[in-house]
Design a protein around this ligand. Sequence first.
Ligand SMILES: NC(=O)c1ccc[n+]([C@@H]2O[C@H](COP(=O)([O-])OP(=O)(O)OC[C@H]3O[C@@H](n4cnc5c(N)ncnc54)[C@H](OP(=O)(O)O)[C@@H]3O)[C@@H](O)[C@H]2O)c1
Length: 286
Amino acid sequence: MRVIVTGANGQVGSALVKLLRAEGTQEVKTITRENCDIADRVLVRRLLGSFQPDLVLHPAAYTYVDQCESDPETAYRINALGTQNLALAAAQVGAAMVYVSTNAVFNGRKATPYYEYDMPDPESVYGRSKLAGEEYVKTLLNRFYIVRTSWVFGPRPTEGKLNFVRRMLQLGDERGAVSVVDDEISNPTYAPDLAAAILQLVQTEAYGLYHLSNEGPTSRYEFAREIFRLGGRSQVKVTPSKLADFPRPTPPLYQSALHNFAAATNLDIRLRPWQEALEEYLRSDR
Ligand SMILES: NC(=O)c1ccc[n+]([C@@H]2O[C@H](COP(=O)([O-])OP(=O)(O)OC[C@H]3O[C@@H](n4cnc5c(N)ncnc54)[C@H](OP(=O)(O)O)[C@@H]3O)[C@@H](O)[C@H]2O)c1
């Protein structure tokens, strides 16, 4: 099996590469921003043409959500056109493809978790650009998996971007108190758990759309409290606040928890509760 992984320095990409190597996958080729800008159509086609993958795993994305609002062209160039480039090249070499998408394709106004059959209605540029990526994958490929996930945390091979867990720990250590919104709700998802579920999914050849997140919706506030409790910092004071208290360029996404209906019902693929995953992350990534 020959597998290409995009975004190999990111949280999900690096978790996929680690698992593939541990499973002894014959050939794994990694795409990072350094060796191939996915927005470069010619380069992407050349790279896939020479490697001839059986499978393309595509978690790479422009994930700076607020910057997407001020720079929509970059968001669409990478998230939509970059995905189009990969889907076209995958079709040309006959590879199946996994596209990692997001809870931000929804408008966040549903009171309960979103199912795969709920209608997307993104309000942010980021969400729209990721949905445009989904459309390319659906129209250009027959053998595809679209995997939507939410609130990803996990080890990252390169320094730089801090995930929510690391950001909370840093703020807690610096200030001893944090204010965290309690009206933004979704499922925290541990990148290695998501990677394992994706690799289970690709064994099934049950192509289609899936919601894969760790089990259990929560608010940022409750998530932060659990981070400090499990991270041995129960002394950090966590005060609840509201999204309206922190105006951001990106429209607020109130309730965007994902319900894993399709993979659980049809394929018996489930992710554990996020609290268990968080505990493992905090133990392993100190
Ligand atoms: N993080 C979340 O909370 C979250 C939630 C829902 C869905 N998702 C989706 O899950 C996927 C993985 O997220 P993640 O947290 O692993 O993201 P991440 O850590 O930000 O990784 C994304 C990777 O893509 C790379 N990349 C960006 N632009 C590129 C380009 N033009 N060419 C090649 N590589 C490029 C980035 O490289 P640089 O670091 O050099 O920019 C980065 O290594 C994304 O598709 C995202 O939309 C994430």
